[in-house]
Write a protein that binds this ligand. Structure first.
Ligand SMILES: C[S@@+](CC[C@H](N)C(=O)[O-])C[C@H]1O[C@@H](n2cnc3c(N)ncnc32)[C@H](O)[C@@H]1O
Length: 173
């Protein structure tokens, strides 16, 4: 089991989908037990799910996102990746280097201060969605609220304009 096996709540994924429109195939590239994939599928998106480990989610393709190459088409990379400091930059750079429609990654808010360090090519930061009071669930069954001020960071290919900050709550409808 990966030490960063914290899984997203459905409401945190709904908060993203309420604000960001996606087109085409979504690649959940660190899918865990499918928490994010399931919500995208519920909304009618085609989803490919992969992870370096297997947590029982049917259809998971075992792939190291940082070193492996996908053998499938995708238009968007969406995930809640591992938060380990050294992996943050490489993960953002690799997701953006595919130059697809959209990249949406969940990270602690402090990542914002370092975004300019990483090469995102033609992907442009479109929005940051703060997730206050949401819950995360570990593969070992621990629960955690409001982990380090987590946000969705969303990049769009060729977006022109200034990014917006939005504030999501688990109780919004
Ligand atoms: C924070 S959990 C999130 C899981 C899922 N995205 C969710 O939100 O419910 C991070 C996941 O990244 C996976 N992971 C860690 N390093 C990885 C890598 N190099 N390539 C692919 N997956 C990785 C872990 O196995 C774990 O499932």
């Amino acid at each position: 089991m990966h030490p960063d096996a914290w899984f997203a709540s459905p409401s945190s994924v709904e908060a993203l989908l309420r604000r960001q429109k996606f087109r085409g195939v979504v690649w959940e590239s660190a899918c865990g037990d499918g928490a994010i994939s399931k919500v995208f599928i519920k909304h009618g998106y085609p989803v490919v799910s992969s992870d370096i480990d297997y947590y029982g989610y049917p259809g998971t393709i075992e792939l190291n996102f940082l070193t492996g190459r996908p053998r499938w088409w995708f238009d968007n990379v969406v995930t809640n990746p591992p938060f380990r400091g050294w992996a943050i930059g490489p993960w953002i750079e690799r997701a953006c280097a595919y130059n697809r429609e959209c990249v949406a990654l969940m990270y602690p808010v402090h990542v914002l201060a370092n975004l300019s360090r990483w090469n995102v090519g033609k992907m442009r930061l479109r929005r940051v969605i703060t997730l206050t009071s949401f819950q995360w669930r570990h593969a070992d069954r621990r629960l955690l609220n409001h982990r380090y001020g987590i946000c969705w960071f969303v990049w769009e290919y060729g977006f022109r304009g200034s990014p917006v900050v939005e504030f999501a709550s688990p109780w919004e409808t």
